[in-house]
Design a protein around this ligand. Structure first.
Ligand code: ADP
Ligand code: MG
Length: 345
């Protein structure tokens, strides 16, 4: 329902051409929660702003529900923009207006029928769980509450699309979770398409269905969020998720580990690691100790890493390792303990 075709945005700064967005082709399905991730300066904000034409593309076309909107102006552009709400990192609320008035403002600005405004504001306050804050001013709200006002305002005119530019990046963990939960709820309830850009991979993991990874103005990879974390293809993607899906050998542990074979097992998708470990220790004359581990759930599918140490007879260790290799998706690095533990990473 949102389609970007060969979209580029160039800025000319003092004679220097900055290619902020380059030849982007992407389709975002109706009802999807689509994420755009990338480092600061990658071009995410510029790209997302082309969707509601806050940023006119230098080249290329924007389609909403198969309609080419790129050249729309005046009333036609205004009508399209009503279909597209937006929320921002720093909320952009009017500080001199109450929560109620902030939401009311969005309705008045778009000529919402006067006699229906009060009802609509009440409805929106309820939707974002702020009924009791109608008379409060933004300064007296938490970050999460401010963003909920932002969401209510963005949804005031029943848009089909909600654009979110780093909408949780100014929030602490608790408020972030609260906003993500609310967005998921809204997506489910109204089928509204959400395009969410962020540099925070934790957010990507818990919110998105599909993700595009941006680097230097280009989309380097698009996939479902589980695949992005489980099988990153591009180097940029790999470095973005590295922190999320990596474990190091805990300091001081080296001395405690018996001589043996240390394996780092990547555990992806359906196969379960726990039965495998006990299976291996039954099948072969080895002992397995779990040194460290981490399992994430992305779209309810497990993704984890386990650091195990296998000890026992050399030949049995070899067989055990082989068996493990055949039964998990990836055994990335293997270190044999001799006298010294080599660095993991
Ligand atoms: P991101 O949101 O991923 O951090 P941006 O889209 O904000 O990235 O910026 C991408 C590039 O475009 C940056 O190099 C930035 O400096 C440049 N840029 C963004 N907006 C403008 C503008 N209005 N004028 C000039 N350069 C801009
Ligand atoms: Mg940005």
């Amino acid at each position: 329902m949102i389609e970007l075709k060969d979209v580029s945005v160039f800025f000319n700064i003092k004679g220097n051409n900055v290619e902020a967005v380059k030849d982007i082709n992407v389709k975002i399905n109706k009802g999807d929660i689509f994420g755009i991730v990338g480092l600061s300066g990658a071009g995410k904000s510029t790209l997302v702003r082309t969707i509601n034409l806050l940023q006119k593309p230098t080249k290329g076309k924007i389609f909403i529900n198969d309609e080419d909107i790129t050249e729309l102006k005046g009333e036609a552009l205004r009508q399209i923009r009503l279909k597209i709400g937006m929320i921002f990192q720093h909320f952009n609320l009017i500080s001199g207006k109450t929560v109620y008035q902030n939401i009311e403002f969005a309705l008045k600005a778009n000529n919402y029928p006067k006699d229906k405004i009060e009802n609509r504001v009440e409805e929106l306050l309820k939707l974002v769980y702020l009924q009791d804050k109608a008379k409060a001013y933004p300064a007296n709200l938490s970050g999460g509450q401010k963003q909920r006002v932002g969401i209510a305002r963005a949804l005031a005119n029943n848009p089909e699309i909600l654009l979110c530019d780093e909408a949780t990046s100014a929030l602490d963990l608790e408020n972030t979770q609260e906003i993500l939960k609310l967005l998921k709820e809204i997506n489910k309830k109204y089928g509204i398409t959400i395009v969410f850009i962020t540099h925070e991979m934790e957010v990507a993991k818990s919110l998105f269905n599909r993700v595009a990874v941006m680097n230097r103005g280009e989309i380097v990879e698009v996939n479902d969020v589980y695949s992005i974390f489980a099988n990153p293809k591009d180097e940029v993607t790999k470095s973005l998720i590295h922190k999320n899906l990596n474990i190091e050998l805990p300091r001081g542990v080296e001395g405690l580990i018996e001589e043996g074979k240390l394996l780092k097992i990547y555990y992806k998708g359906e196969k379960s690691v726990n039965p495998l470990i006990s299976e291996v220790s039954k099948k072969f004359e080895v002992y397995i100790s779990i040194i460290h581990g981490k399992i994430d759930y992305i779209n309810d599918k497990p993704l984890g890493i386990l650091l195990i140490n296998i000890t026992g007879d050399t030949e049995e260790i070899r067989k055990a390792e082989n068996y493990i290799r055949c039964n998990v998706s990836q055994v990335d690095k293997i270190y044999s303990f001799e006298k010294e533990v080599k660095k993991i990473g």
